[in-house]
Design a binder for this molecule. Structure first.
Ligand SMILES: [Zn+2]
Length: 268
């Protein structure tokens, strides 16, 4: 008698799989039929193969038909015509999978929501992990952790899509003081991106090359609600009445993503 798992159990087993990964992004997959597990896989289990492919290749083509795939991260899509290996969403479609349950959509701006759309376009039923499991997946999947809240100081790669991504910068895990920033209008060709903050709170730290160059954040002039930054530039966000400020530096720009660095400072 084969064990029958509930959907939430299958989600949890996919999360257990992704925790086996020792590279980022972590991805874990369970292939099941009517609650019976047929195979599992994680990214890195077979060098160079994505988790969906690892799991699906463990069963025959006939066995793949009519299965449900639980994956912690949105399946990838084909990004260019000459790609040598088919994308995971194409593999899932070609395998005759009927249902995909996704942990989180890929924050990589080049893939974001395209895998989801591709599955729906091929009449595959798509749903998502429970909110609690999504949060767990989000925390563990990416090298930089959760993408819409950051603490203290660090670096993070974030997508800059449409009107932009709002990020809460919290002073630290035990001090809940927070400043809201957002990124918008990424112009990769011009090497610039806009950093938004509350009205009159954003100022470019002209001339500063690293955070330690800024001995007093209040010396810089011409604050606005937005600063247009290029790679290497630093801005300071200090809303009226705030008891701390955030230093923000653009480390790198990509077509749909940026990497930024931040550091909070108490105002003396
Ligand atoms: Zn893939």
């Amino acid at each position: 008698m084969k064990k029958i798992y509930s959907k939430s159990d299958l989600m949890k087993i996919a999360v257990e799989e992704h925790l086996k990964c020792n590279e980022f992004p972590r991805v874990g997959v369970v292939v099941a039929r009517d609650g019976v597990i047929l195979s599992t896989g994680y990214r890195g289990e077979v060098p160079g193969l994505h988790a969906e492919r690892v799991a699906l290749q463990k069963i025959s083509k006939e066995e793949r038909i009519g299965t449900e795939v639980f994956t912690t991260l949105e399946p990838c899509v084909c990004l260019h015509e000459e790609q040598s290996v088919e994308s995971c969403s194409d593999l899932i479609v070609a395998s005759g999978v009927v249902e995909v349950v996704i942990g989180v959509l890929d924050p990589n701006g080049t893939i974001y929501s395209q895998g989801y759309r591709r599955l729906l376009d091929n009449n595959i039923s798509v749903s998502f992990f429970t909110r609690k499991l999504r949060e767990a997946v989000e925390e563990e999947t990416f090298e930089y952790g959760q993408i819409d809240r950051v603490y203290g100081s660090g670096k993070r790669r974030v997508p800059v899509l449409h009107s932009g991504l709002k990020i809460s910068v919290q002073f630290n895990k035990s001090d809940s003081r927070t400043i809201q920033i957002s990124w918008g209008t990424l112009q990769f060709n011009h090497g610039i991106v806009d950093l938004h903050g509350p009205s009159g709170s954003v100022v470019v730290a002209s001339g500063a090359r690293k955070f330690s160059d800024i001995t007093d954040p209040e010396v810089f002039r011409f604050s606005s609600h937005v600063a247009r930054l290029s790679k290497g530039q630093i801005a300071i966000v200090q809303p009226a009445g705030a008891t701390f400020c955030v230093l923000v530096k653009v480390l790198d720009l990509f077509k749909n993503d940026i990497i930024f660095q931040w550091e909070v400072r108490n105002i003396k």
